[in-house]
Design a protein around this ligand. Structure first.
Ligand SMILES: [Zn+2]
Length: 335
């Protein structure tokens, strides 16, 4: 075989993967365009306003349980099916987690968990909890609606489970109860994304640890693609263990906490955590970005993306034996 033929084979093996990669990025640009065209900030505003209207959602109270019903209905209207309540004991009463799955489902036993708490707490008599954490709940409901639009007819590689907890402000007992009740699902989780206090400031921070470093990088890369800045920070115990993600990090599940800027919000756990403090453009951006991220995480066959290392292996495995075979043949012919 002549050198020219070897070069042609070399090009085929190297160009096809790159071409496939470029084509898939083209598809992603269409997806981003569709997300940007369909985001509805008013949906987010309406949900936050509805959740804050009773002034408090303290775990185990009637107001908190009313919110669970409101969230269940909103999820059912927005692409989440089989929405149900998980009751757990709390202070001689029962508190509620709301759980559902996105309608686009695969039979493969692989899942992603997207979560936020909906309960609130306050040092004052009332706890509107607009930033902590009605904005995150509203964002998740909007993400579910957007995913319905961009996933139309697609059967994904993994399912999206949505979990809205109460009891977060009470030693994270809602998420803990979900974990105890779902040992089988836990073992199928690719990753967990927790939103807590995403409505204040100008950008978001992703808080990760060793297990979720890849996830934080993935989130930041997707942010760059969409022109949205995300900063990165590390989980430091106990300072960053104050939300539901901590229960999953303790179990070494790749988990990221999406948070506002690097500083704590001054109205946290006060009667002043009201809707006027929310930067709804920031929450809309979060909905756009995480719709894109979840879309990619749901449809991508992980491990099939071609990397430089992958290409080197491809060459070593396929091309080198071919080259040796033909060089040997040429030498034999020369003799
Ligand atoms: Zn919170």
């Amino acid at each position: 075989m002549k050198l020219k033929n070897l070069i042609i084979i070399f090009l085929i093996f190297n160009v096809i993967p790159y071409y496939t990669e470029i084509k898939s990025n083209d598809n992603y640009l269409n997806i981003i365009y569709e997300i940007n065209n369909n985001i509805n900030k008013n949906n987010i505003i309406n949900t936050v306003s509805k959740l804050c209207e009773n002034n408090s959602r303290i775990t185990g109270t009637l107001n908190c349980n009313y919110s669970a019903f409101y969230i269940r209905n909103a999820l059912e209207k927005n692409n989440i099916s089989n929405v149900f309540f998980q009751y757990f004991p709390f202070n001689n009463t029962k508190a509620i987690n709301v759980i559902g799955k996105l309608k686009n489902q695969t039979k493969l036993n692989s899942n992603i968990l997207l979560m936020a708490h909906y309960d609130s707490i306050s040092v004052d008599n009332i706890a509107p909890g607009a930033n902590d954490n009605a904005a995150s709940v509203a964002c998740i409901i909007e993400i579910a609606r957007l995913l319905q639009i961009i996933l139309k007819g697609i059967i994904p590689q993994r399912n999206l489970i949505v979990l809205l907890t109460s009891g977060e402000e009470e030693s994270l007992c809602g998420s803990n109860s979900w974990i105890i009740n779902n040992p089988q699902t836990i073992s199928t989780l690719l990753c967990v994304i927790n939103f807590d206090m995403i409505g204040y400031g100008e950008y978001h921070t992703v808080i990760s640890n060793e297990d979720s470093n890849w996830l934080a990088r993935y989130i930041i890369e997707c942010g760059t693609t969409m022109n949205l800045h995300i900063s990165k920070s590390y989980a430091i115990y106990p300072a960053t263990a104050r939300s539901d993600h901590a229960n999953f990090m303790y179990m070494n599940i790749p988990t990221a906490w999406i948070f506002e800027q690097d500083d704590y919000y001054v109205w946290m756990h006060t009667a002043q955590d009201t809707i006027d403090k929310i930067n709804f453009s920031l929450v809309s951006n979060c909905a756009k970005l995480f719709t894109f991220i979840l879309y990619k995480l749901m449809i991508e066959k992980r491990g099939t993306n071609y990397s430089i290392i992958g290409l080197i292996f491809l060459n070593l495995l396929i091309l080198l034996p071919i080259r040796f075979y033909f060089i040997r043949k040429i030498n034999i012919n020369k003799k």
